[in-house]
Structure formats: C-alpha cells, structure tokens
Design a protein around this ligand. Structure first.
Ligand code: ZN
Length: 278
C-alpha cells in the first residue's frame, strides 16, 4: 500500500497560535502522513495538548530540553495506519525485507523496535532493515560518495549494509572472534547466519527470553563494527576484530547494568574504538 508523505520544517509549533496555524495549513494537503521537523517542543511525558489539536487521526510528538529546535512529530491522516503507543503499525502486510521468506518481515520490524534495545541501537537496526545505513553503496546512489567500494584496505567490493556487517573480511573476522561470546545466547540448533545477524531472524522462532539476551549482543557488535568502519573512513585508523569486540562488550555492560531500556531514558556515551596496534 502506498502512502503520500509530506515532510515540512515547521520552525516551532510551541505556542497555541503557531500550532493552530501550522495544523490548519497542513489540513489542506492531500497527504496521508505528515512528518514535522523542528517542532521546538520541550521533552514532556505527555503531548496530549498537541495530540488533541490534530483531529484527523493519531499523532506522535516528541521534544527535547537540550536543543530548542528539536522535536519531530508524525501526523496521520489515513485510517490505514494505526498507532499503538508510539509505534506506527501499518495495517497492511509489512514491507518485504530482501532475502527473507514471507511472514519473516513481521519479525524483522518487531525486532527493530525491540524493547530490550537502547534507542540508538533501535535506530541502527531500523537503518539496517531498511538498508539505508549510510554505507558507500547508499551514499553513492544518492550522489554523496565518489565510490561505492568498501573502504577496508584490500577489499574493494561494493559496500552494502550486508557487506559491511556480514560479507566483508572485517565482519567475518569479527563474527569468528566473538563466537564464544555469542554461543551462550544461541538457542540449540541455531548458528550465526546473515538473517540472524542482520534482522534477528533465526532458523526457527527464538524463545523471547533467549532473544532478549541474543539481540542486544548482536546489535552491540554491529554497532561496534559500524563505529570501527567510520573510524577508518574518518581517521584512517584500523581496528582489530579484538578491539571491535571489546567496544561491543563495553556497550553490552551497559545493558547488563541497566537492564532493558525504556524509551526516552539516557543512553551511554559511545565508547571510543581503541586503535589497532598491528
Ligand atoms: Zn569490505
């Protein structure tokens, strides 16, 4: 099912007058979903005041106390999208994910927003599932990178999301290195496959308790791998698989100390990837 989506920078919708005028302006557009940037709202536990103003369907609001320009909102103007909590759920079958069987995308989209993940890791999972993590293939296709080739020395293959996280030598070395870290969380009969690593889809359904341990572990490793790749691109610093594993383990420690994250809760500072000595 196709939706018309309109995105607009509203440059603050904080005051009553501003909110009224922006929302009545939007009402005139023939759009199903509106994405509002720079709402200029503070962080609030409830955005009821703004939700009530949008009477064409559900709306999701956000704000920040750190930057007065922050705050994005999603306004729905179609009965085909229902909102449960702060998660937008399409009533139609979820969009397909490459390389997965029918039915599995549901699992993928659920995993992307898994409650055990930190917000920053949900973002990463979301970009991985949509194949929009800004790797070279993605950036090149948008005219924002000179080449689509993987930046790892001696690789030269196209840097897709799957290449970065699974096929590249650096990725394969990492998954080999961290085998002992992952094995205790792998249910019997499961092993590391690209579907499991990228999307959290196992050969058979993984019991929720095991998955709550496995998924953050895989996600921390993917995040560390992505950081090491960015460090290479930005600073020409090479990292060993051991160093990447260490960064992931450090991030995992935060999960262990805090337990499952709750939306809006603070996130740990991103640990620095130690430079390789080799
Ligand atoms: Zn590569």
């Amino acid at each position: 099912m196709a939706f018309n989506i309109t995105t607009i920078n509203v440059r603050s919708i904080k005051t009553e007058i501003r909110a009224q005028s922006v929302l009545s302006f939007l009402e005139r557009f023939n759009s199903d979903v509106f994405l509002l940037q720079e709402c200029g709202l503070p962080f609030l536990s409830s955005y009821r005041k703004w939700e009530d103003k949008w009477q064409h369907g559900p709306s999701i609001w956000s704000g920040s106390n750190f930057n007065k320009n922050d705050g994005v909102a999603i306004l729905i103007k179609t009965p085909h999208v229902v909102v449960r909590g702060s998660t937008v759920v399409d009533r139609e079958p979820v969009c397909p994910v490459r390389g997965l069987a029918i039915g599995e995308p549901t699992t993928v989209w659920r995993n992307v927003a898994h409650p055990a993940l930190l917000n920053q890791h949900r973002d990463l999972s979301w970009m991985v599932a949509h194949e929009i993590l800004p790797v070279r293939v993605v950036m090149h296709s948008r005219g924002m990178a000179r080449t689509s080739a993987c930046p790892r020395p001696g690789c030269g293959q196209e840097e897709s999301v799957r290449h970065l996280l699974w096929e590249c030598r650096a990725a394969r070395d990492l998954w080999k290195e961290v085998g002992p870290l992952i094995s205790p969380c792998l249910p019997a009969g499961e092993d590391l496959t690209p579907q499991l690593v990228l999307y959290g889809v196992g050969r058979r359904p993984i019991p929720p308790k095991a998955f709550t341990k496995l998924w953050p572990t895989l996600t921390c490793l993917k995040a560390a791998l992505w950081s090491s790749r960015n460090l290479l691109v930005a600073k020409q610093v090479n990292t060993t698989p051991q160093a990447v594993a260490m960064v992931a383990t450090e991030a995992l420690g935060w999960y262990r100390r805090k337990g499952a994250s709750t939306p809006g809760e603070g996130v740990p500072t991103t640990p620095k990837v130690p430079a390789a000595t080799a």
